[in-house]
Design a protein around this ligand. Structure first.
Ligand code: HEC
Length: 171
């Protein structure tokens, strides 16, 4: 080979080597970049996957789910509580202050107040009669005692507790 052919080959292979190095560098850079970027998901492919892993069936419990049932139970409890006056308390003072005192506090309509003198004749009738008159209502010479003081939501036990409280608190 002639000298300048050798020289050419040398330079040419240098250029080729340089290009190969650049190519390898680009390949390595591309691989690195590919690892870093999040893979792009084809929405159609995602949908197909969803369809394939979708459950075969589900339990339909009707429109009354567990939440609706709990709400209904809570509402029923609240309704039951509201149908019993004053939350069903057997504290006679609470019922007296809220209801009975409307008449018995002031003596309105002829109602006997908590003055002991107004009760001696009534107490003489016996506690059962007083309970009955308070529960069923009573019209005497003084005026009209409405059944259960006018609140039918009171239980008989509650009315008895109120009468007991009144008799215990006569002055
Ligand atoms: C609307 C007014 C009114 C309210 C409210 C009322 N009372 Fe009376 N109560 C009367 C009147 C009037 C009498 C007297 C009746 C009579 O002897 O003529 C009376 C009488 C009574 C007597 C005596 C009954 C008897 O045989 O002598 C008792 C006991 C009594 N009330 C209990 C209660 C209790 C308990 C409450 C509350 C739960 C209550 N009252 C609420 C008006 C009322």
């Amino acid at each position: 080979m002639r000298n300048y052919d050798l020289e050419f080959l040398k330079r040419f292979s240098l250029v080729i080597a340089f290009l190969v190095a650049i190519t390898l560098g680009l390949i390595v850079a591309a691989i690195a970049l590919h690892r870093v970027l999040p893979p792009e998901v084809d929405p159609a492919a995602a949908k197909r996957t969803e369809n394939r892993i979708a459950p075969v069936g589900a339990v339909y419990a009707g429109s009354t789910g567990a939440a609706a049932k709990a709400a209904a139970a809570a509402a029923a409890a609240a309704a039951a509580a509201s149908q019993v006056a004053y939350g069903g308390t057997l504290d006679g003072s609470v019922i007296y202050q809220n209801l009975c005192s409307g008449c018995h506090g002031s003596g309105a309509g002829g109602a006997p107040t908590l003055a002991a003198g107004q009760w001696s004749a009534r107490i003489a009738q016996g506690a059962e009669t007083l309970y009955r008159h308070a529960i069923e209502g009573y019209t005497g010479s003084a005026g009209v005692m409405p059944p259960k003081g006018g609140n039918p939501a009171l239980t008989e036990e509650q009315v008895r507790a109120s009468v007991d409280w009144m008799l215990d608190n006569l002055k």
